[in-house]
Design a binder for this molecule. Structure first.
Ligand code: HEM
Length: 109
């Protein structure tokens, strides 16, 4: 829960004011966010996916506090966490991804 929200804050900062921040970067001439694969990923797909995942993690965590049987709450929490994990895996800029991929160890190559 703490990790998810810390990442959310860092992400929001990077998204708005980072190297390619929405407020500090202008798009290359003659294109638009949704047409440029790189900007579509870092401005739209990655933030949307991660925010959905963080919402699911928060809901799963909230489940654990509900007054229902342990079995019900852990089952529900399990699905929230599992779907969050899948969304995270799909929206990470893995090194093998074309255009948006980032190296595992930046600076080492
Ligand atoms: C579970 C949450 C998240 C994970 C696991 C995650 C993961 C990552 C990774 C692995 C990178 C590449 C870093 C590198 O260059 O090596 C990255 C970059 C980035 N993330 Fe996230 N992220 C998360 C949440 C978010 C959120 C919520 C936002 C925006 C609201 C966001 C916005 C960005 C941006 C803009 C970049 C590019 C920054 C740059 O290169 O200047 N991230 N993220």
């Amino acid at each position: 829960m703490i990790a998810a929200h810390t990442t959310l804050l860092i992400g929001l900062y990077q998204w708005l004011f980072g190297r390619y921040g929405v407020f500090v970067t202008s798009l290359p001439e003659g294109t638009s966010v949704m047409k440029d694969k790189f900007f579509r990923f870092f401005w739209v797909e990655h933030p949307t996916g991660m925010i959905i995942a963080i919402i699911l993690i928060t809901l799963g965590y909230g489940m654990a506090k509900k007054v229902v049987s342990d079995e019900t709450k852990f089952k529900k929490a399990f699905w929230y966490f599992l779907i969050a994990l899948l969304v995270i895996l799909v929206t990470v800029p893995w090194p093998f991804r074309q255009i948006v991929g980032r190296p595992i160890f930046p600076g080492m190559h």
